[in-house]
Design a protein. Structure first.
Length: 236
């Protein structure tokens, strides 16, 4: 083999190696700046509780259940109305002179007929009030409902009329309505509202909790509350 042939071979290797290295570096850079997958949207579930819950009186670890008020699509699967959510109370503190009332309820699963799925959904500071009756429906009786001051659109439907706005329940109001059946879906507003004087917080581990500096938080069985897999913002 001639010296000219050997020199030509070394020259070809010298040219190709930087090109190959540059190509590898470019591929690594593209991999590094690839945007992360978009997180799925927050899932909402309107439910009625199957038991009363009182912050500070209902112990941590208490097992709770809630009934889905309207069929909801989750991950391509329809969870039918009446499906039962099962979960636990993970925070329960009564209001004191120096600290607010705090409550956190986490649902871990939902079951219907012979099917069930795992889910991580928390009680939020939102609920669906009973709608005001129209002129044709007015019966002279006030609807049963609770606090709220911010309306939000849930979706289209046959129900109409503005939502009620009533104060947060007092110590006696929950007991008074404790034996009331769950509110019929047809009487529930199409707009969800945020509970008056109730704030929602999310911890670093993703746990959602609600708190109130004005009164003790109570959940009853006649109100449609909102479970969600993440925080719900106004205007969403």
């Amino acid at each position: 083999m001639s010296i000219r042939t050997i020199f030509a071979g070394f020259l070809a290797m010298a040219v190709s190696c930087p090109v190959a290295l540059l190509g590898q570096q470019k591929a690594d850079q593209q991999k590094a700046i690839r945007p992360p997958a978009i997180a799925s949207a927050t899932q909402e579930f309107p439910v009625t509780m199957k038991q009363n819950i009182i912050a500070g009186k209902t112990p941590l670890g208490t097992k709770v259940e809630a009934r889905l008020s309207i069929a909801t699509l989750m991950a391509g699967k329809v969870i039918p109305e009446g499906a039962i959510f099962s979960g636990v109370v993970v925070e329960s503190a009564a209001r004191s002179a120096s600290s607010p009332s705090r409550l956190s309820v986490r649902m871990n699963s939902v079951q219907w007929k012979k099917d069930s799925v795992s889910v991580t959904a928390y009680l939020t500071s939102w609920y669906y009030p009973l709608r005001m009756p129209t002129n044709d429906e007015a019966s002279g009786e006030s609807p049963v409902g609770i606090h709220g001051d911010i309306g939000m659109q849930r979706g289209t439907g046959s129900r109409s009329g503005p939502p009620t706005s009533q104060p947060f329940p007092t110590q006696g109001s929950t007991q008074q309505g404790a034996d009331l059946p769950s509110a019929p879906t047809s009487n529930v507003s199409d707009h969800r509202m945020e509970m008056k004087d109730v704030a929602s917080e999310q911890a670093s581990d993703g746990t959602l909790s609600i708190s109130s500096s004005r009164t003790n938080i109570k959940l009853d069985r006649s109100t449609t509350y909102v479970l969600a897999t993440g925080p719900l913002a106004s205007g969403k």
